[in-house]
Design a protein around this ligand. Structure first.
Ligand SMILES: C[S@@+](CC[C@H](N)C(=O)[O-])C[C@H]1O[C@@H](n2cnc3c(N)ncnc32)[C@H](O)[C@@H]1O
Length: 291
């Protein structure tokens, strides 16, 4: 099956590629949309695609028929970037790109348990080998821990109320599906909101289970060591937690004299892109260049 994911900010990202020949690491390969656009526009550039979701990499292998040796794929967490580069025999690359979060392929596959629209088992692991699932968290964590988690990783205002509702519910029955969890949350939030009431809790669980912030911080800390001079790092984020991590890292490294911030303000999608692809609405692109 081919990817259903629509990549965001593609032309904007391509405009920041500052060389004609070299290696780009697409750390969040997903449906391969950004990788394909890069390979098509820059015939002397090769791409190393990384994704921790093995299904994404399996689907991506199709691209080898088109681009042959210009594309290499690895099932890996990008926090272990040094292992990928070692396997490829590379010390430096010209460009790192990250398009964070979850792909539409993962969201629409109900068996992976990311969606509150399509019911599935409460899973939410991008890497199927992670030993903690959403089911384990919502069915075993104490109330206070759940509330803290929803607040910290989802910025959910009703975190305590939702945590209480979950704990009350599971006293009589285990929470098994994404739909069941979404309904528990819906009942506690009566206020009308622009987003689905379960959005923030689902985000929090996903970010926590996949240690998304930890992985991003670890990758960023390592990244500059592997960039060639004038090499760039481009990150597309979708919520304030991850954007803050990128912004603060860029600022710190600029102050220390290791990085020049190329995007003084983050790049956001055009009105047209937001209309055509509503998922792009919260996207922010930041780019830095190694000094
Ligand atoms: C928004 S999608 C990327 C979509 C891609 N740019 C495209 O155009 O199709 C994010 C992807 O990054 C992967 N991902 C998220 N965190 C990761 C990590 N720490 N290491 C490796 N892959 C990760 C997810 O599995 C998902 O497939």
């Amino acid at each position: 099956m081919s990817s259903v994911h629509v990549p965001v900010l593609v032309s904007e990202l391509l405009n920041f590629i500052n060389f004609e020949e070299g290696v780009i690491v697409d750390c969040t390969f997903g449906g391969g949309g950004h990788s394909k656009a890069i390979l098509d526009k820059f015939p002397r550039v090769s791409v190393i695609g990384i994704d921790q979701d093995e299904d994404a990499i399996k689907r991506g292998l199709e691209l080898k028929k088109i681009y042959n040796e210009r594309i290499k794929l690895h099932t890996k967490n990008f926090r272990n970037i040094e292992e990928v580069l070692e396997e490829e025999g590379l010390e430096k690359v010209n460009f790192f790109m990250l398009d964070l979060g979850v792909s539409s392929d993962l969201l629409f596959d109900e068996s992976r348990g990311f969606s509150f629209i399509k019911s599935g088992p409460l899973d939410m692991r991008m890497d199927k080998n992670i030993n903690i699932t959403a089911s384990f968290v919502v069915n075993t964590y104490p109330k206070e821990r759940l509330a803290d988690l929803f607040y910290k990783f989802g910025e959910e205002r009703f975190s305590r109320k939702i945590a209480k509702a979950i704990v009350d519910y599971r006293e009589s029955k285990k929470i098994e599906t994404t739909e069941e969890l979404a309904n528990i949350i819906k009942k506690c939030i009566r206020k009308r909101q622009k987003i689905h009431p379960a959005t923030r809790v689902f985000q929090a669980l996903r970010v926590y289970i996949n240690d998304e912030i930890g992985a991003l911080e670890e990758f960023l800390e390592k990244s500059l060591n592997f960039l060639s001079p004038s090499g760039r790092i481009a990150v597309i984020s979708f919520h304030s937690l991850e954007d803050r991590v990128v912004k603060n890292f860029f600022k710190k490294k600029e102050k220390e004299g290791f990085l020049k911030i190329i995007t003084k303000k983050p790049i956001t999608p055009s009105k047209r892109e937001m209309r055509v692809n509503p998922r792009s609405r919260s996207a922010k692109l930041r780019v830095g260049e190694k000094i």
